[in-house]
Design a protein around this ligand. Structure first.
Ligand code: PEP
Length: 271
């Protein structure tokens, strides 16, 4: 693997793009969830060159036939940092694995913001997820779009925040397991705002993430880690992140609740 034209990793040209649907706390009924699963499955099963992962709320993971869908894998949106015990309300990685989940989103900015999850907690969750052979999708990203100080110098919030999150969230993660972790670059200012990151900004972040991983591990290990973009992805902009930025896939929030829009995004990723 090596850098290609426009700094694009050859790696990302040869492996299947990874598209993750984060349903967040939606939909509110079993009937709607089932309807959405079926509508997505019907089209996605025919698209073989994209890897699709659906991350519904915990309760919809256990719908009859839940983990046996055709064409996509399942992930959860969070997990506990222990496998079992007196932790009222928690869902453990062992339980998720037993249900047939393969992935788990960890460190999403909404978990960091509304549930006070810090890097230490996220690091514990990554470790226990790996112990259970769940593949963590680690979300990182800055709160404000990069700006300039009064003298025109860039404030570099992206690199400061993203660098710190990577260092802290990956403490003691052995190098033999790092390729099992996917990094989702999700600038908070772009999430749900309809104000997506430009492919140029996304590429800058992707290069920075790759460089930081190479420092924490080594370059060959860093090259094996998938990096996704997330934040106001639609069928209109999806292809830009795959083709113009050095992204290995996408994490899709709002648009994943609309089956036809989500299918279009997957189709764009496959072209
Ligand atoms: C997200 O919350 O992970 C996300 C990417 O949301 P949206 O696509 O709605 O911006």
């Amino acid at each position: 693997m090596r850098w290609g034209i426009n700094n694009k990793f050859i790696n990302s040209m040869t492996q299947k793009p990874l598209i993750i649907a984060n349903w967040k706390c939606n939909p509110t009924s079993q009937k709607e969830a089932e309807h959405l699963f079926v509508a997505v499955e019907k089209e996605i099963r025919n698209i073989k060159d994209v890897e699709v992962v659906i991350c519904p709320p915990f309760v919809w993971l256990s719908l009859p036939g839940g983990s046996a869908r055709d064409g996509f894998a399942f992930g959860s949106q969070d997990c506990h940092w222990e496998n079992k015990g007196a932790y009222t309300g928690e869902v453990s990685p062992a339980m998720l694995k037993d249900l047939g989940c393969q992935y788990v989103i960890l460190g999403h900015s909404e978990r960091r913001k509304y549930f006070q999850e810090d890097d230490q907690v996220i690091n514990r969750k990554i470790k226990v997820a790996l112990k259970n052979n769940l593949r963590p999708i680690l979300c990182i990203g800055e709160e404000n779009r990069d700006t300039f100080d009064s003298e025109g110098r860039p404030l570099n919030e992206m690199s400061l925040v993203v660098g710190q999150q990577l260092e802290n969230d990956l403490v003691d993660i052995p190098e033999a397991r790092i390729r099992e972790i996917t990094i989702a670059y999700e600038p908070i200012w772009a999430i749900g705002s309809g104000n997506p990151c430009s492919p140029n900004e996304a590429m800058k972040a992707s290069l920075f993430i790759r460089k930081t991983l190479a420092k924490l591990y080594d370059r060959p290990k860093a090259e094996k880690v998938k990096i996704l973009y997330g934040g106001s992805v639609t069928s209109q902009n999806a292809a830009d992140y795959i083709n113009q930025a050095a992204m290995d896939g996408l994490l899709v929030g709002g648009a994943s609740l609309n089956a036809s829009e989500f299918i279009k995004i997957v189709e764009k990723a496959s072209q």
